[in-house]
Design a protein around this ligand. Sequence first.
Ligand code: ADP
Length: 394
Amino acid sequence: MKVLVLNSGSSSLKYQLLTMPEAAVLADGLVDRIGIEGGNFSHKANGEKTKFKKELADHKEALNTVLELLTTGETAVVSNIEEIDAIGHRVVHGGEKFTSSVIVTPEVIKGIEECTELAPLHNPANMQGILAMQEIMPTKPQVVVFDTAFHQTMKPENFLYAVPYSWYEKYGVRRYGFHGTSHKFVSERAAELLENKELRIINCHVGNGASVAAINAGQVVETSMGFTPLEGLVMGTRAGDMDPAIVSFVQKKENLSADDMDTILNKKSGVLGLSEISSDMRDIEEGMEKWDEKATNAMNVYINRIVKYIGSYTALMGGVDVITLTAGALENSGVMRKLILDKLGFLGIELNESVNDFRGEERVISTENSPVKVMVIPTNEEFVIANDTFNLVK
Ligand code: ADP
């Protein structure tokens, strides 16, 4: 079966065409600046990368061009679009409604629309991809895979905030968690590699966005992102945990609107805000090497937050068997892996330094003696989307 995986952002579109269940990637690519002047395509197929510019009014136009690339000329990997059997979409927010991936029906569309208030930037963008594909390929099944679904096993004691209960009842204010497809993939892969489904796993997904999840025997106990993806770890441009009183304090001082503050906490804070250099951890590592004080502070705050979450999630699960590291920063940076593991000696964890200098591979990096196994497992969210789609429509 050939599955087209789509991740539609407000002005971007990531795609991958895979054969399932083999999970062989036939083509993948990225389109950005949809609806903005200067649409950009980057398409990879048959070992070749193709880049070009094309003005794109909307997602439908972008998708039609992607389908053209997949079916014609040197970039083609299928002879016509009928060979694509199903489409899997990433949807950011499924609220409390969606606890797993589902086939798209009119009712599901309505359900996603009802969750829009919880993810006003993301869900409408995801929806554009779904609606466009329904128009272009109306007879093909479509599946939606939610970032929040895997976390729906959290219990009230871990998903409720200590604010008036009526906010939960009226507005759905609670912890939802995000990056669910990644946490699911990595924790399941660790269980598979270690041939044990009963493990207590702490998965650290640390890329530009970052979150930690405590997973006991396949069930999420708690995760660090909350009502929105702003809570928890320090991220590239997001603040993560902070005293909520800072918000109204600075709003008054600088005469900022709620929307201004929202933008600052999401786009101008985190590593970028602290370092005043960059949101990219590669630049922060470089800054540290040059003894830049702000870069060093940014890295230390960043690492300490990860360590604090690992400590608190260990307590919450009554122990931990495996710590998994994934996404851009922890798949690639031996320096950051060492900074974290050096602070986990209290768990008996020892880093095997001789195997830590690598990028993007599956590898155990703790020593044989370490009572807690630490593994790097590159994430693969597209695989989860393709696999759920395959399993639902086969
Ligand atoms: P996204 O959250 O956008 O999916 P990724 O998981 O691809 O992001 O992570 C991208 C981030 O990973 C970069 O912004 C950078 O901070 C970090 N990163 C990538 N490679 C390295 C590296 N070699 N060293 C340190 N950090 C890295």
